[in-house]
Design a protein around this ligand. Structure first.
Ligand SMILES: NC(=O)c1ccc[n+]([C@@H]2O[C@H](COP(=O)([O-])OP(=O)(O)OC[C@H]3O[C@@H](n4cnc5c(N)ncnc54)[C@H](OP(=O)(O)O)[C@@H]3O)[C@@H](O)[C@H]2O)c1
Length: 267
C-alpha cells in the first residue's frame, strides 16, 4: 500500500522525479529515444544515408522517404544537394565523407545509418575505408546503434566467391571495404550492425527476385533497385542483427549453394 501511495505521489508530482532533466539528456540518449519496437521489428524515424546521391544509395533514399521515414544525406556537389532536397522527407546538406565533422554534424538526431559509399576521387583517394570509417565512428560517438554497411562480394570470407581475375582487379577496393567491415564488427560491440555484400551491380528495373544469403560462395549479378529493396528490408528486420549477407539474384543466373528455398536468408 505504501509503495502504491509513493508511486502515485511521484507520478502526480511530475515524472521529472525519476527522469533525467532535459538539459542533461545526451546526444546518445536522444538518438536511442527515437527507436520504437513494433511486433519485434524495430522502426526508425530518421535515417542517415551516406552515398545517397546515386546508384543503390539513391534508391534507398527514395524507398525510405516514400514510406514516410525522414532521410538525412550529405552530398559533395551542389547539383546533388538540390536534387535530393526536391524529394519529400529528405534533407541534404553539402558535405564530404572524408570530412568527419560534416558526417557527425549531419547525423545528429538520426536513429539509424546506412552507408553505400564507394568510389575514388580524381586524386586517387578511395572512400571505401576512410569514408565508411568516418560514418561508423560518428554513429558510435552519437550513440546511433543501428548501422547497415554495403560492401561487396569478395570481401572477407566471401573472397573465394569472386572469380580470381575479378578479385585480382578489385583487390585494393575490396581490401578497403573489408577494413571498414572489420571496424564495425570489432570495435562497435554495442551496435546492431548488418553488412550486405552485393554481387555485380546493374542499373536495370527491379526484378523483385533477389535474395540475401549467408552462403559465402554466392556469386552473380543483381540490380541496384533490388539491392536497395533488400537493404531497407534488412534495416527493419530484427533477424539481421550482426549478420553478414551476400545479395544476388538467381533469376539473373547467380549461383548459390542449393535451391533458393535453402539459400535464402529469412528477413
Ligand atoms: N559496381 C559494382 O558492380 C559493385 C559490386 C558490388 C558492390 N559495389 C558497391 O556497392 C555500393 C553501391 O554502388 P553503386 O554503384 O550503386 O553506387 P556508386 O555509384 O558507387 O555511388 C557511391 C556513392 O558514394 C558517394 N561518395 C563517394 N565518395 C564520397 C565522398 N567523399 N563524400 C560523400 N559521398 C561520396 C557518391 O557520391 P557522389 O555523387 O558525390 O559521387 C555516391 O553517392 C558501393 O559501395 C560499391 O562500391 C559495387
Amino acid at each position: 500500500m505504501l509503495r502504491v501511495l509513493f508511486l502515485a505521489l511521484c507520478l502526480s508530482s511530475g515524472a521529472a522525479f525519476f527522469s533525467t532533466p532535459a538539459s542533461v539528456v545526451s546526444r546518445k540518449q536522444v538518438s536511442r529515444l527515437f527507436v520504437e519496437q513494433v511486433e519485434g521489428n524495430p522502426t526508425y524515424k530518421k535515417v542517415f544515408v551516406a552515398g545517397g546521391t546515386k546508384g543503390v544509395g539513391k534508391c534507398v533514399v527514395e524507398s525510405l522517404a516514400s514510406s514516410g521515414t525522414q532521410v538525412v544525406c550529405v552530398a559533395r556537389s551542389d547539383t546533388s544537394v538540390t536534387d535530393l532536397n526536391t524529394i519529400e522527407n529528405v534533407l541534404c546538406h553539402k558535405g564530404d565523407a572524408f570530412d568527419y565533422k560534416s558526417i557527425e554534424d549531419n547525423m545528429w538526431g538520426c536513429d539509424a545509418v546506412i552507408t553505400t559509399l564507394g568510389g575514388t576521387t580524381e586524386e586517387g583517394k578511395r572512400v571505401d575505408y576512410e569514408g565508411n570509417n568516418n560514418v561508423i565512428e560518428a554513429a558510435g560517438i552519437l550513440g546511433v546503434t543501428r548501422v547497415v554497411l554495403v560492401t561487396s562480394i569478395g570481401c572477407g570470407d566471401s573472397k573465394d566467391a569472386a572469380p580470381p581475375a575479378v578479385f585480382e582487379a578489385l583487390k585494393d577496393v575490396l581490401s578497403d571495404k573489408e577494413k571498414a567491415e572489420r571496424v564495425l564488427q570489432r570495435y562497435y560491440t554495442n551496435t546492431n550492425w548488418t553488412i550486405i555484400r552485393p554481387g555485380g551491380l546493374k542499373s536495370e528495373k527491379m526484378t523483385g527476385k533477389a535474395i540475401l544469403t549467408e552462403d559465402k560462395l554466392a556469386i552473380g549479378s543483381i540490380h541496384r533497385e533490388d539491392v536497395a529493396d533488400l537493404v531497407v528490408k534488412a534495416l527493419k528486420s530484427s533477424s539481421t542483427k550482426k549478420k553478414i549477407l551476400s545479395a544476388v539474384d538467381m533469376s539473373l543466373g547467380s549461383n548459390v549453394g542449393g535451391e533458393r528455398e535453402v539459400a535464402e536468408f529469412q528477413l
